[in-house]
Design a protein around this ligand. Structure first.
Ligand SMILES: Cc1cc2nc3c(=O)[nH]c(=O)nc-3n(C[C@H](O)[C@H](O)[C@H](O)COP(=O)(O)O)c2cc1C
Length: 321
C-alpha cells in the first residue's frame, strides 16, 4: 500500500507516523529507533539541554539511521531557543514547536526556509500557527497527554474543526495507539498521526519496565486514567493559577498551568516535576488502553501498518465492486 501523504512528502518518512516528544527521555537513540522503523523520530531539545549537545545529538542520530527525524522545542522550558534554532538551521532538521507561542522564532525560521510544524491543543492555536507560516500542524485531542487545555476537544472533533479551517496538512494526536486509531484519523483527513504513549511501551524506549507494564495493564475504563485525561481541572485550581500569572516567571507559571490541567494535586510545588500524584498513570494517555504488549519499535510500527493494510483491504463498502 502506498502511504504517501503531504506529511510523508514534507518529512521524507516512509509511513505517516510521528513519534511524540518526551520531556526527560526523548533522546536521539530513541528517535533513531523510530526513524529506523520507517516512522518519523523526534529528538526532544529539552533532553539535549544545550545547543552544543543538540548538535551532537542530531549528528549521532543521523549516523545511526537513514530514517527521518525532527527536533521538538517545548517552549514552556526556558532554554536558549534562538541558539538551538540556529543548530536546526545549520543541520537542516525539521522543527516542531509546542506548548506555547512560537512567535519569537518565526521570523528566523521563515527566513531560513526551515521546515516547521507547530503542535497545538486548541484549534485556534493551530489556525494561528498556519497564519504565522507553519508548514503543517499537529492537533492533540483531549484523549492525549502532554500540554493540555481547558478548551481542548476530543481528537475526532478537533480534526473535523481544524480541517475545515486550514489548508496545510494536519497530523492527529491524542489517544491513538493502534491501526484502527490511525486509519480513523487518516480517514477523517489527517495526513499523519503522532503517538506518544504507544511508543513508550516499546523495548527501545528508555524508561523502566514498571512504566511499560503500567501501560500494558491499563485499560480504557481505568478510573484514574479516565479522570486524569478526560475530566476538567478543578475550577478553583484554574482560578488560582490564573491569578498567579505575571507573579512568577512565565516558564514556571506554564509548568503550573500544565500540571493543573493534568489534575496534579501537587501543582504548586514546581520542584516535584514528573512526580505529581505519585502514579505512573500520570504520565500516559488513554492510548494505553490500546496497547497490550511491549514490542520492539520495528515490530510495533510494522504490525500496525500490516494491520491497517489488512483492515483497509477489507473495506468493500468504499470500493466500486
Ligand atoms: C511522558 C510524556 C512526556 C511528554 N513530554 C512532552 C514534551 O516535553 N513536549 C511535547 O511537546 N510533548 C510532550 N508529550 C506529548 C507527546 O509528544 C504527544 O503529543 C502526546 O503524547 C500524544 O498523545 P498520546 O500520548 O495519546 O499519543 C509528552 C507525552 C508523554 C506521554
Amino acid at each position: 500500500m502506498n502511504w504517501k501523504t503531504r506529511i510523508t512528502n514534507l518529512l521524507g518518512c516512509k509511513y505517516p507516523i510521528l513519534q511524540g516528544a518526551f520531556a526527560g527521555f526523548g533522546n536521539w537513540e530513541f528517535a533513531a529507533s523510530v526513524a529506523d522503523a520507517g516512522a518519523h523520530g523526534m529528538i526532544t531539545a529539552s533532553v539535549s539541554r544545550t545547543p552544543e549537545t543538540l548538535k551532537e545529538d542530531i549528528r549521532k542520530c543521523r549516523e545511526a539511521t537513514e530514517g527521518t527525524f525532527s527536533v521538538n522545542f517545548t517552549l514552556t522550558h526556558s532554554l536558549p531557543w534562538n541558539e538551538m534554532l540556529e543548530v536546526c538551521i545549520e543541520e537542516q532538521v525539521p522543527l516542531e514547536t509546542a506548548a506555547y507561542k512560537p512567535d519569537d522564532l518565526v521570523r528566523r525560521i521563515k527566513e531560513a526556509g526551515l521546515t516547521w510544524i507547530h503542535k497545538a491543543a486548541r484549534v485556534k492555536d493551530a489556525i494561528r500557527a498556519t497564519k504565522l507560516g507553519a508548514d503543517a500542524v499537529i492537533i492533540v485531542g483531549l484523549e492525549g497527554t502532554g500540554f493540555k487545555s481547558q478548551e481542548q476537544l476530543p481528537t475526532m472533533l478537533s480534526l473535523v474543526w481544524v480541517l475545515k479551517e486550514i489548508d496545510v496538512p494536519v497530523i492527529a494526536a491524542g489517544g491513538i495507539g493502534d491501526a484502527r486509531g490511525m486509519l480513523g484519523a487518516l480517514g477523517m483527513g489527517a495526513e499523519g498521526i503522532m503517538m506518544g504513549t504507544a511508543f513508550m511501551a516499546t523495548k527501545e524506549c528508555p524508561l523502566d519496565d514498571r512504566m511499560k507494564e503500567t501501560i500494558i495493564q491499563a485499560s480504557f475504563d481505568n478510573a484514574v486514567l479516565r479522570h486524569r485525561v478526560l475530566s476538567i481541572a478543578d475550577p478553583k485550581d484554574i482560578e488560582e493559577v490564573m491569578r498567579l500569572r505575571g507573579t512568577v516567571p512565565t516558564d514556571q507559571w506554564l509548568l503550573m498551568l500544565e500540571r493543573v490541567n493534568l489534575k496534579d494535586p501537587d501543582w504548586r510545588n514546581t520542584d516535584s516535576i514528573g512526580q505529581g500524584g505519585n502514579s505512573r498513570l500520570n504520565m500516559v494517555s488513554l492510548a494505553a488502553g490500546a496497547i497490550n504488549e511491549v514490542k520492539s519499535v520495528k515490530e510495533f510500527v510494522q504490525e500496525m501498518i500490516r494491520e491497517a493494510e489488512e483492515i483497509s483491504d477489507g473495506w468493500s463498502f468504499i470500493k466500486n465492486e
